[in-house]
Every structure is written in structure tokens, then in C-alpha cells.
Ligand binder design. Structure first.
Ligand SMILES: Nc1ncnc2c1ncn2[C@@H]1O[C@H](COP(=O)(O)OP(=O)(O)OP(=O)(O)O)[C@@H](O)[C@H]1O
Ligand SMILES: [Mg+2]
Length: 310
């Protein structure tokens, strides 16, 4: 029997989201990548970083992207965020092709990237959609700080709070515009192990309240299997120049919240690690049948004298 390992999240308001944000019936946008390629100039000519990438990310799905360093995970995220353009192919959000940054998407990175001279509430307010009224904005920021358990730290500045708090503020800022697509690039990578687990639970609670389509890049296979509906394993085209970028797409079984100790995920974990070049030791050889114990021989008294034959 497996035991459930659950780490309490930071205090999170489970209710109190306004209807427009809290209704899971709110239509959300899916993401579609059609034959995406991205190359960058290099001394040897154009070098493909991503190639032949086709992907359908249904609305509300959480997709984790893993792959070796340099395989193009951040590049993929930047493309979906509209911060960069593909060399080939098309990206659609909610059916429409994106051209540049899109108000329906929000991005959070490994470092919180908060403005140091602004309070947390002002930093979160920076994520509000343009044209938000002052009162409405203030109310939304208050809700978001409550959602990520930071209402008590609203007037503190980034240097006065812990790394986990700053990261929660960054997440709140990304959520401020109620994005339909949330893009996270190693969002918890700089946090200590316990804060990281809490942030994962927080993300899932937020997702349950606001079922945004999420694309999360991570190096942590456990994190991918805990958070995602599917895991996309990318390969490095440097190592495999003729291949397409997607090495595997794995469905993660089991409804969320998952049991962190779920043994049924162990195989997927091994598979993902193998895809990342980390090979688990071969399963131990079946144990040899135990030989029945021999009846104990009577102990011979130690020979203490040497017979000298004459
Ligand atoms: N603007 C750019 N100009 C030239 N090369 C770039 C540019 N952006 C990314 N690259 C190259 O593309 C490759 C993929 O970079 P990317 O940052 O997407 O990798 P990654 O998978 O996110 O790696 P990591 O896991 O280390 O964060 C790298 O070799 C990088 O040098
Ligand atoms: Mg990266």
C-alpha cells in the first residue's frame, strides 16, 4: 500500500475568486503548434534548435516539457508566448494564429523578475490588463495576493521577502490578467525542495479554481509527473541532427491531486529519465533459490595436539 505524501500549501483562498475568474465553465483557449521549426544563425550556418514540432494542447490541459539542457524548451515557450517567431510553422491559440505577444497568455520564469523598488502589490498590479480601472485593479490584486497567500506581505518589497514569496508574487502577477494560457519556464527551479512542493500544490489549486491551459518547462521529472496530464520529452537536435524535436509524448495516468508516492508512476519516471540520458540500474537478477540448510555438523573439538608418529 502506498502512503499519500501531501505537503500543505501556503495559505490559499480556495474560494472567493470572482465569477469571471472562478468559473470552470469559462471558455479557455487551447494551443496548437503546426510543424514548428526554429533555427538560429551560427558560425556553421543556420542551426535548427526545434524542428517538426506538432502539438495539440487542449484547453485546460497541463503539459510539462522536459528535455536535455539546450534542446529548445525555453525557445518553445518563447515562441508560444509570442516573444519570438518560428522559422517555419504556425502557432494557434484558441484557433487564431498568434502574431507577437498575445493578451491571452502570461509567462513566469525561474527568477521572479519583480521590480525591486515596487511593493509586491504594485508588482502584481503590473500584470493587470491594460485599461483596468483603479478600483477594479486594486480589488483583483487583493484577491490574487490572497490566492497565493501573500495578503500580509502586500506592501513589502521583493528584497524583504523570501524566494518562495517572491515566486508566489510572480505567479500572482502572471495570473493578474486571467490568462487563458499560462507559460511557466522552470518556475520553481530556484526554490528549496519543500517550498517547491508547496508551490506545485499551489499551482494545482490555482488550476483547479481557474482551469487555464498550462505549459510548464521543468527539469524535474517528479514535478512533471505530479503536475501534468501529459509530458512532452524533447530531444537535442545537436545529438540527433536528422530527427524531429519530439522524442516522446507520455500520458500521465491518475487524476490530480496525485499521490507523490504512487508506484504506478515509477515506470514513467524511469522512461523519462532514460529519455534524459539517466539510466536506472538493471533490475536485480532473480534471487537464487535458497539451498536448504545442511544439517549442522557436530563440531569437532579443535585439535590442540600434534601427534608425532614415531
Ligand atoms: N536568440 C538566440 N540566438 C542564438 N541561439 C539561441 C538563441 N536563443 C536560444 N539559442 C540556442 O538555442 C538552443 C536552445 O536554447 P534554449 O534556451 O531553448 O534551451 P533549453 O532547453 O531551455 O535549455 P536549458 O534546459 O538549459 O534551459 C541553445 O543552444 C541556445 O544557445
Ligand atoms: Mg531553458
Amino acid at each position: 500500500m502506498t502512503s499519500t505524501v501531501h505537503v500543505d500549501s501556503a495559505p490559499v483562498a480556495r474560494s472567493g475568486l470572482p465569477e469571471r475568474h472562478g468559473s470552470s465553465s469559462t471558455p479557455r483557449s487551447g494551443v496548437r503548434l503546426e510543424s514548428i521549426a526554429r533555427s538560429f544563425p551560427s558560425a556553421q550556418g543556420a542551426r535548427d534548435v526545434l524542428r517538426g514540432l506538432d502539438l495539440d494542447l487542449p484547453s485546460g490541459e497541463i503539459l510539462a516539457v522536459v528535455g536535455p539542457s539546450g534542446c529548445g524548451k525555453s525557445t518553445l515557450l518563447r515562441l508560444v508566448a509570442g516573444l519570438d517567431s518560428p522559422t517555419e510553422g504556425l502557432i494557434r491559440i484558441g484557433g487564431t494564429a498568434i502574431r507577437g505577444t498575445d493578451p491571452r497568455t502570461a509567462v513566469a520564469f525561474q527568477e521572479p523578475r519583480l521590480l525591486p523598488w515596487r511593493t509586491l502589490e504594485h508588482n502584481v498590479a503590473l500584470g493587470l490588463p491594460r485599461g483596468t480601472g483603479r478600483r477594479e485593479g486594486r480589488e483583483r490584486v487583493r484577491e490574487l495576493l490572497q490566492l497565493v497567500g501573500l495578503e500580509h506581505a502586500a506592501t513589502q518589497r521583493p528584497r524583504e521577502v523570501s524566494g518562495g514569496m517572491a515566486q508566489r508574487a510572480s505567479l500572482a502577477r502572471a495570473l493578474a490578467r486571467s490568462p487563458e494560457v499560462l507559460l511557466l519556464d522552470e518556475p520553481f527551479g530556484a526554490l528549496d525542495a519543500l517550498t517547491r512542493l508547496r508551490m506545485q500544490d499551489l499551482l494545482l489549486e490555482i488550476h483547479a479554481a481557474e482551469p487555464t491551459t498550462v505549459l510548464v518547462v521543468t527539469h524535474d521529472v517528479e514535478e512533471a509527473l505530479y503536475l501534468a496530464d501529459r509530458v512532452l520529452l524533447l530531444r537535442s537536435l545537436l545529438e540527433d541532427p536528422a530527427a524531429d524535436s519530439i522524442a516522446r509524448t507520455l500520458e500521465v495516468p491518475g487524476a490530480r491531486p496525485r499521490d507523490r508516492a504512487d508506484r504506478s508512476l515509477a515506470e514513467l519516471r524511469v522512461e523519462l529519465l532514460a529519455g534524459l540520458g539517466v539510466h536506472s540500474p538493471q533490475p536485480a537478477q532473480p534471487a537464487q533459490p535458497v539451498q536448504p540448510a545442511q544439517p549442522a555438523q557436530p563440531i569437532q573439538p579443535a585439535q590442540t595436539t600434534t601427534e608425532i608418529s614415531s
